[in-house]
Design a binder for this molecule. Structure first.
Ligand code: SAH
Ligand code: SF4
Length: 396
């Protein structure tokens, strides 16, 4: 694995500093305690671009804040719109050049339902899990995000919405990275987002999605009902698409639901001819029969390096029907922003440039071979994490 990308700015992001640490930092400078509140108000709900812009603070304190902390850890952001403005993709460059994505999705009000504004955020630059249908998986792993880098995606979306007199209503960890492999920082970020003195978003409005990292799920279970957990399952049979034993993942999800009293939410990416047959539906129905579970079927977004495509809609409808027959709540999710590559990791992958044709051909050959083996029920070994310098891509 390559060394982590070197930092160009050693100052920590201010939004990742816990309130008691900030209070101690202020006390060291002889500042009154109410400065903590003033800073928090400007940081979490204001539109200042730097500490220097926070008018109520004395100039010396603004300079000291600037010298010690980064007000915003997102160095640059490029926005793209899709779905007639209902989906806004942001490609962020971090201080060291690493690229990450967030996607803001607007859901207009419907009868009986208020409007929603959901932000999908990244927890890592790249991902080491390497799911074969995922653009982030293809990028490989660059590094974990800092707490501030996670929450600054949310602060930015909050500011954009506030300028239109709207509020962010939901946050989902469904962008780049595996949140449960950066769990300490993800939990610190969730705490900051949830804290009424900071971002103030209800815990139930925060969803963490995992590819099935069992020790991480158990850790969340021990914490109690804090936020919503979604488990990416994609297969009811071992070795097909996920590299973890399905039964173990489902058992951990069940324990989580039992301890928290919340319904288990599964995501199942529908890939034509791979995991969408009636046999797959029946295996899934068998696996989850009797559970208080909800399944979201997601048509696969086409990704450059894979030979796979989304299952046709009638196949997805039929699959859903077989699950509903045994009483499993099933919904079909329309992919947002597909035309601008808004699926997990696709923007960053595009910015990193297309790999050479020979590399793509080799990968396709391996995927076809592995999926054929998986369909025969053979497991492929865990891959060694691949590291790539996502940072370099920022300079293109
Ligand atoms: N690593 C976590 C969270 C980020 S991925 C996880 O895997 O759950 C968020 C969701 O995007 C996952 O459910 C994943 O399966 C899905 N996803 C990844 N690539 C996709 C693609 N090409 N088309 C549709 N969904 C995809
Ligand atoms: Fe990582 Fe999730 Fe993509 Fe799998 S689907 S490679 S776990 S980001």
């Amino acid at each position: 694995m390559l060394d982590p990308v070197p930092r160009t700015d050693a100052r920590p992001g201010l939004s990742g500093i816990a309130p008691d640490q900030l209070a101690a930092w202020l006390a060291d400078r002889g500042e009154p305690l109410y400065r903590t509140r003033q800073i928090a108000e400007a940081l979490w709900h204001g539109d200042a671009a730097a500490a220097g812009d926070v008018a109520p603070l004395p100039a010396m304190l603004r300079d000291a804040l600037d010298a010690s902390f980064r007000w915003d850890t997102l160095a640059a952001t490029e926005f793209t719109q899709a779905d007639e403005g209902l989906t806004e993709k942001a490609l962020h460059r971090l201080g060291d050049g690493a690229l990450i994505e967030s996607v803001l999705m607007h859901y207009p009000a419907r009868p009986g339902r208020r409007e929603r504004h959901t932000l999908c955020i990244s927890s890592q630059a790249g991902c080491a899990v390497g799911c074969p249908f995922c653009a982030t998986g293809e990028l490989g792993f660059a590094r974990d995000l800092e707490t501030a880098e996670i929450v600054d995606q949310v602060r930015q979306a909050g500011r954009r919405l506030a300028a239109q007199a709207r509020r962010l209503t939901n946050v989902v960890f469904m962008g780049m990275g595996e949140p449960l492999l950066n769990l300490d920082r993800v939990l610190a970020a969730v705490e900051a987002l949830n804290d009424p003195g900071r971002f103030g978003l209800g815990a139930r409005r925060i969803t963490i999605s995992t590819s099935g990292v069992v020790p991480g799920i158990r850790r969340l279970t021990a914490l109690g009902p804090q936020f919503t957990l979604a488990v990416s399952l994609h297969a009811a049979r071992d070795a097909l698409l996920i590299r973890r034993p399905v039964a173990e993942v489902v058992a951990a999800a069940r324990e989580h639901a039992g301890a928290t009293g919340r319904r288990i939410s599964y995501e199942y990416t529908m890939i034509g001819g791979i995991n969408d047959t009636p046999t797959d539906a029946d295996a899934l129905a068998q696996l989850l029969r009797g559970d208080h579970a909800h399944i979201n079927l997601i048509p696969m977004n086409a990704v450059a390096h894979t030979p796979w495509q989304a299952s046709p809609m009638p196949v997805i409808e039929q699959f859903a029907g077989r699950l509903r027959e045994v009483g499993i709540a099933t919904t079909i999710r329309r992919n947002r922003g597909a035309e601008v590559g808004a699926a997990c990791g696709q923007l960053a992958a595009r910015a990193a440039g297309e790999p050479p044709a020979a590399t793509v051909a080799r990968r396709r050959e391996r995927l076809v071979r592995e999926s054929a083996a998986a369909l025969r029920g053979e497991r492929t070994p865990d891959p060694a994490p691949v590291a790539v310098a996502v940072a370099g891509a920022g300079e293109r």
